[in-house]
Design a protein around this ligand. Structure first.
Ligand SMILES: [Zn+2]
Ligand SMILES: [Zn+2]
Length: 396
């Protein structure tokens, strides 16, 4: 089974899928056209599917002999960004695939086509998970709740992100980490309550605004002064609301912030310090502070053992010299985390920035683009890993 040649043979088709999907960007769970397009392609390949979490799709390739089930996941949604690439297949309207999820879907279709051509040789099953709302409220959790990891039960999972999220991963190279690869994110809110008064008689009131300002600046010291230098972590206040009159003390300010960490210990420590700092400053200013955690998103953590095997499979496609161990986790977040909390697996990165083809525009930029010449790599690394994994499990 030469899966590298098999993928190279369908490279043009993968590019066509990517371009077709690029033209029809949609948001969140409202991916009707995208979902329909994918289902048509799966029908053509004779792969049965089910809808899950509104427009998400779970498809199953059953192998020639029974065995475990490995899942391949691609996210499907675009962003509310007006495209400025000028590409002949650029999207019209106010949405754009500016993160590469169009390529993720195309590469997963490519893998599906290759794998189903050899399905008799499969010693188990392959589940294809097309997931909505990665950029929005998250589609992984609802898909899991609706049973996408059951019937048959998924034993391992693999997914990739294309682009230039890690600068050390060059064009066509595979970036991988054996543990945490993307950060956990926690959203918190603080409400500071004071007492309004005329600005001419401030001593009769309590100014919530200056207390909130002190808190926001002090929160910056947690990462810069209380964590060991170089620790991957960030605390950022992203929203603030407060104040009504031009000539009165502000009696209430609320602000919202985001904590990024890659270790549970750092996450606990930062949450505790936010509490202590805000309460302490509130007390010193005769205010009250109500601190609440709004939502926790887990970190994306690769399984070490699965990843070691994945790297061997990927090296068969791109060569060992093109496997790059990531220097440190990204402080971005991805709801692939929820799948990896349930089943062991790997989230890897495929470099697609070609410096010879123009300047670098980052993900979520209206001119973001990728070099399509690498798309076959994603499909063949998926396929190679699937066959190696199922073969390996059959021997155990
Ligand atoms: Zn994105
Ligand atoms: Zn993305």
């Amino acid at each position: 089974m030469d899966l590298k040649s098999a993928a190279l043979k369908i490279q043009e088709e993968i590019v066509r899928w990517r371009r077709d999907l690029h033209r029809i960007p949609e948001l969140s769970f409202e991916l009707q056209r995208t979902s329909q397009y994918l289902r048509q392609q799966l029908d053509r390949m004779g792969i049965p599917w089910k809808l899950c979490a509104k427009t998400g799709i779970v498809a199953l390739i059953q192998g020639g002999s029974p065995g475990p089930t490995i899942a391949l996941r691609a996210d499907m949604d675009a962003l509310e960004i007006r495209e400025e690439t000028g590409l002949p297949f650029a999207a019209e309207g106010s949405c754009m695939h500016a993160c590469g999820h169009d390529a993720h879907m195309a590469m997963l279709l490519g893998a599906a086509k290759i794998i189903s051509a050899y399905r008799n040789k499969l010693k188990g099953n392959v589940k294809l998970i097309f997931q909505p709302a990665e950029e929005a409220e998250g589609g992984a959790e609802p898909m899991i709740r609706e049973g996408c990891l059951e019937n048959p039960q998924v034993d391992a999972i693999l997914a990739l992100h294309i682009g230039h999220l890690f600068p050390e991963v060059g064009l066509g190279q595979i970036g991988v980490s054996y543990g945490p690869v993307m950060a956990a994110s926690s959203i918190f809110s603080v409400i500071v309550k004071g007492k309004s008064a005329h600005v001419g008689t401030p001593h009769t009131g309590v100014d919530a605004l200056s207390a909130a300002a002190e808190m926001i600046l002090s929160l910056q010291k947690i990462v810069s002064l209380e964590l060991e230098p170089g620790t991957p972590a960030a605390v950022t206040v992203t929203q603030i609301k407060g104040g009504k009159a031009l000539n009165a003390l502000c009696d209430e300010v609320s602000f919202i912030g985001d904590i990024r960490t890659v270790s549970k210990g750092d996450e606990r420590f930062i949450k505790q310090r936010i509490n202590e700092i805000c309460r302490g400053i509130a007390e010193a200013n005769r205010c009250e502070a109500k601190i609440e955690l709004i939502k926790d998103f887990p970190a994306v953590v690769n399984d070490e053992t699965f990843t070691e095997e994945f790297v061997k499979s990927a090296a068969k496609i791109v060569g060992e010299q093109n496997i790059v161990e990531l220097k440190k986790p990204s402080l971005g977040n991805d709801d692939m985390a929820y799948f990896l909390e349930k089943v062991p697996g790997t989230y890897f990165f495929l470099g697609s920035y070609n410096s010879g083809k123009g300047p670098l525009y980052p993900h979520h930029h209206p001119k973001f683009d990728l070099d399509e010449s690498v798309l076959w790599i994603g499909s063949s690394v998926f396929a190679r890993t699937v066959f190696d994994y199922l073969e390996g499990q059959a021997k155990v």
